[in-house]
Design a protein around this ligand. Structure first.
Ligand code: HEM
Length: 392
């Protein structure tokens, strides 16, 4: 996709920045009164949780929000840089990392962190935009961030796509997620301005594999253990991204009227699994082995399976969305915030999505409406992405 043009059409960050400046100090003071202000030295005592597992921490060889269990709520926020100074980007990533760590440990104005995870990503346009080396970082551009090709049938809205930076906020309470986003957005101040946000929801993990808005269990087959390590964490590319991962986001509208007019048998044939149990067609329960030959040639699961794609897999960690009513059709604007992590989108997401875009029986029920790709660096050093600045 032509990311550069898209960013241009989404309006200049400078214009949005001056509007923000216009709001002036009053806005900052009002924001402080919400109780989410996290300033240095604030109370950062981790709260005792009855939870069995230790809450994820921000710092570590891998960022949280990737291989950590998915919480019930999501907000993704993309930002555009309003600076061309690499030092300012460095400071922002350092501040965001510090704050992410504190918020995840319960530093948000006395609110329970509710399982909050913060994941920080960088888009291709940080390194190169309109052919320009904006921040002097082009030599660090990972090949994995090369623009994705255009896929058949997609209609991506540039204003909801791409972005220089991304925050993925996940947690079990939307208020905590909002508080975290508010704090982090204020900290970005003159350096980065919000471009788009996208929220989503899913059922708690305790209820088994959660269902998508089509009513099917979604997330049954995902790599785990050593396979996850192999498929998800980047082992090649620039040093600053080793141990990191690449996040592909797709906002996929589900055309519920068309779907609802389809019989359950046809729906199951299109997916390749039973609606109620999640069992593969030809099997009896959800975890049964999938016999690809028993599925229709255009079944979603058959086309997306590792065996069909030379072993390529994705770590899917998507959420459902509801964004009100589509005024043109009177239908609910609902669907899937598809989020997939992988070591290289060009050898994993791209071939799978090419196959799906060409043949998937689900295509008449869905529409890809926005997309973005971000590098998610490790957070084991001083801050997430610190290695990017090693040579500056
Ligand atoms: C609205 C769009 C989509 C819907 C409703 C959907 C739904 C599903 C469902 C119900 C399953 C079976 C259960 C499971 O294993 O999770 C599944 C599997 C899968 N989907 Fe999707 N999906 C969508 C888009 C995509 C896209 C865009 C990709 C990647 C390009 C993808 C990749 C996969 C993969 C890799 C599997 C596992 C296949 C296997 O090995 O069995 N899906 N999807």
């Amino acid at each position: 996709m032509a990311s550069d043009q898209m960013s241009e059409r989404a309006g200049s960050p400078q214009a949005r920045l001056s509007r923000r400046r216009l709001l002036g100090a009053a806005g900052v003071l009002a924001a402080g009164a919400t109780g989410y202000a996290v300033r240095g030295g604030g109370s950062a005592e981790p709260r005792r949780q009855p939870a069995v597992a230790a809450p994820p921490r921000f710092r570590g060889p891998h960022q949280p929000g990737v291989a950590t269990p998915a919480q019930t709520h999501l907000t993704l926020a993309a930002f555009d840089l309003a600076t061309e100074q690499p030092g300012e980007l460095r400071r922002l990533l350092s501040t965001w990392s510090e704050t992410a760590d504190r918020l995840m440990r319960g530093g948000a104005g006395g609110l329970d962190p509710a399982g909050l995870t913060v994941t920080i990503g960088l888009g291709r346009t940080v390194f190169e935009r309109d052919g320009r080396d904006r921040l002097g970082l082009r030599s660090e551009l990972p090949g994995a961030l090369a623009p994705l090709p255009r896929f058949a049938g997609e209609e991506l809205d540039p204003e909801r796509s791409d972005g220089d930076l991304c925050l993925q906020l996940c947690g079990d309470h939307p208020q905590v997620i909002f508080g975290a986003l508010h704090t982090l957005t204020r900290e970005a101040a003159d350096v980065a301005v919000p471009r788009w946000t996208q929220s989503g929801f899913r059922a708690p993990a305790s209820g088994g594999t959660p269902r998508n808005v089509m009513g099917f269990k979604d997330g049954t087959v995902n790599p785990g253990g050593a396979e996850l390590d192999r498929q998800v964490w980047a082992a090649a590319g620039p040093a600053w991204m080793r141990g990191g991962t690449y996040m592909v986001v797709r906002r996929i509208r589900i055309l519920l009227d068309v779907w609802d007019a389809t019989s359950v048998e046809q729906q199951e044939a299109a997916v390749g699994r039973r609606k109620t149990s999640g069992a593969p067609i030809g099997g009896r329960s959800e975890r049964d082995r999938v016999d690809l030959a028993a599925l229709a040639p255009d079944a979603h699961v058959r086309l997306a399976a590792a065996a069909t794609n030379g072993g390529a897999q994705l770590l899917r960690r998507g959420y459902n969305y509801l964004d009100g009513v589509d005024a043109a059709t009177g239908q609910l604007d609902a669907g899937l915030v598809f989020i997939a992590f992988q070591a290289d989108p060009h050898t994993q997401f791209v071939p799978i999505q090419r196959r799906l875009a060409a043949q998937d029986a689900l295509n008449k029920h869905i529409q890809h409406t926005a997309g973005a790709t971000f590098a998610v660096p490790p957070a084991g050093g001083a801050f997430a992405g610190a290695g990017l600045f090693a040579r500056l």
